[in-house]
Design a protein around this ligand. Structure first.
Ligand code: HXC
Length: 510
């Protein structure tokens, strides 16, 4: 017994008291402390605690620590099972030996076989330099399993320290990446290599800190100010996710009345159609308890995506944000929404779309940045989604935006429009300019003539009545009825069964 106690206590002290003290002085938690905070109290079961590395080069033979550089195991979050692992920076900087990779791979295999989500806490100096190709092979093993599990079990990564080199690809292959502001970073090549190769000067933070990845690259979905808050946020995210692709997301008891109506919604859209308003307030007024769990909040903010509940049922919200760039669709917002839609579709989470977009953003920069390809991602994601899909057009649904934002023609199940909706190929001003350029130029009073034609166009096209008459809109609703109408639709769509034709996989525009 005492041998076991000794080994356990050796494993629990990781890289030793000094290294743990240093961590704490830096304001960081140890791997096990992180797991204990992430999981329900006293539910962590450690696996592979006595695994050691097999390297004898560079004097490593005499430096074996039970458990090596990662703590692996399972536990519960809100009573539901999860597999978890946390890289232990106190053991060789959390670097990845083959033994560490094997521990992680085993956990990934179990997670896939048992249909249980897996959460990774990353804090590592990357490939264990002393182990050479063995370590690189270990990364390959992990990436391979990340991809196999994609769309089968939710995979979440929290970056709580360095994540450098090819190591960044495991988190990038998972569903959601969390980063801690000013204390975690991710990059393929660090500032020193960059200086050598491109002669650019950059700090760790500017290159790969949480701000860079949440605002510029989009690699990170969530930025949090402390490790404790990050772990709490992962627990919250888990409340929206099912265990796997064969199960439904967890339903909660709904205390917010289904019939609750908010009359202020009736005036939420300004009468001047060029004026912005905050779509987030509209969403909050409609969903249970006003709670919207935003994903990618700081990235491409002209598009809002996130989770909410309706009548206790998790839903994915995708919405144009007219308060930013008039809610226009562009490269980044299209790709952002596409990725979120695909996640929801993998995991049986119905989609609700709030639409107010003047179309795709014109411009050379956008064309050359691939707005065709990126916009196609959005179309592709909606077209292949077989979960219940509902759209509410609050104002503009112009041109490509009408089609791409979950129109009936690309498979939406229910389409609502508010009386303020404007559904047309383009806005009245642009349309009149194209259609009546010559007539206006010839007119004695061109300005009055232009206005007359604009009014006529608005009357004919820029409203929900014509598309509702044609059946493209199922129902024009009063804004304050939105919550009830959406919940009724979700209920009737609850048993939706639809599948794509059999094939190996589609070939979406990557
Ligand atoms: C072995 C490592 C290590 C590594 C750190 N350590 N990284 N040991 N392999 N990759 C050890 C250090 O030797 C040290 O051991 C302890 O961990 C803590 O490291 P420090 O440098 O003292 O910590 P700090 O000052 O906080 O710096 C952290 C760091 C730095 C920025 C991560 O250690 C670093 O630059 N490490 C190397 C990063 C790197 O280039 N990795 C390879 C990337 S390429 P002692 O015993 O002194 O405490 C890669 C390829 C993957 O990963 C490809 C996959 C496809």
């Amino acid at each position: 017994m005492s041998r076991l106690d000794d080994l356990r206590s050796e494993a629990l002290s990781g890289g030793g008291e000094n290294k743990i003290r240093k961590r704490h002085e830096e304001g960081k938690l140890t791997a096990r402390e992180r797991l204990h905070l992430l999981l329900d109290q006293e539910t962590f079961n450690e696996m592979g605690m006595l695994v050691t590395h097999n390297c004898n080069d560079f004097g490593m033979g005499g430096r074996k620590i039970p458990g090596d550089g990662v703590v692996t195991g399972y536990g519960r979050i809100h009573g539901r099972q999860v597999y978890v692992y946390a890289e232990d920076f106190t053991v060789f900087g959390g670097s990845l030996s083959k033994a560490v990779a094997d521990k992680i791979s085993r956990l990934q295999d179990l997670s896939l076989k048992n249909g249980i989500p897996i959460i990774a806490i990353k804090d590592s100096g990357g490939a264990r330099i002393q182990e050479g190709v063995n370590s690189l092979a270990g990364y390959g093993d992990i990436f391979f399993r990340n991809v196999k599990a994609s769309g089968v079990v939710p995979q979440i990564s929290a970056i709580m320290g360095p994540c450098a080199g090819g190591a960044v690809y495991s988190p990038a292959l998972t569903d959601f990446v969390f980063m801690i502001d000013k204390s975690s970073y991710m990059f393929l090549t660090g500032p020193d290599v960059i200086k050598e190769v491109t002669h650019e000067d950059v700090t760790f933070e500017d290159l790969g800190g949480a701000a860079a990845h949440s605002r510029k690259s989009g690699v990170s979905h969530f930025v949090v100010s402390s490790e404790e808050k990050c772990l709490a946020l992962i627990r919250e995210l888990m409340t929206y996710l099912p265990q796997n692709n064969m199960s439904d997301p967890p339903r909660m008891v709904c205390t917010d009345p289904v019939e609750r109506s908010d009359e202020s919604l009736d005036t939420a859209v300004p009468s001047d159609s060029s004026k912005p308003y905050d779509m987030k307030l509209v969403i909050q007024s409609v969903v249970d308890e006003g709670k919207l769990f935003q994903v990618h909040e700081e990235y491409a903010p002209n598009m809002l995506v996130g989770f909410a509940r309706m009548d206790g049922m998790p839903v994915g919200i995708v919405a144009n944000q007219p308060a930013v760039l008039a809610g226009v669709l562009d490269t980044l917002s299209s790709a952002k929404a596409a990725r979120f839609i695909r996640f929801c579709d993998c995991f049986n989470i119905p989609l609700i779309v709030f639409e107010d977009a003047p179309g795709f953003l014109p411009g050379i920069e956008q064309e050359h940045a691939g707005v065709i390809k990126e916009g196609a991602k959005l179309l592709y994601a909606f077209c292949e989604a077989t979960v219940p899909r509902i759209t509410v057009v609050t104002r503009k649904a112009f041109g490509g935006a009408y089609i791409a934002m979950n129109s009936k023609n690309i498979g939406a199940d229910m389409n609502f429009a508010w009386p303020t909706a404007q559904i047309a190929v383009m806005g009245a001003k642009g349309a009149v300019k194209i259609l009546f350029k010559r007539e206006i130029a010839k007119d004695e009073d061109p300005e009055s003539q232009r206005q007359l034609l604009i009014d006529e166009y608005n009357e004919m096209f820029n409203n929900p009545w014509v598309p509702a008459g044609m059946g493209y809109i199922d129902e024009v609703i009063k804004p304050h009825e939105t919550r009830f109408k959406l919940i009724s639709s979700l209920r009737i769509l609850d048993g939706k069964r639809e599948s794509m034709p059999p094939r190996k996989h589609g070939n979406g525009p990557l």
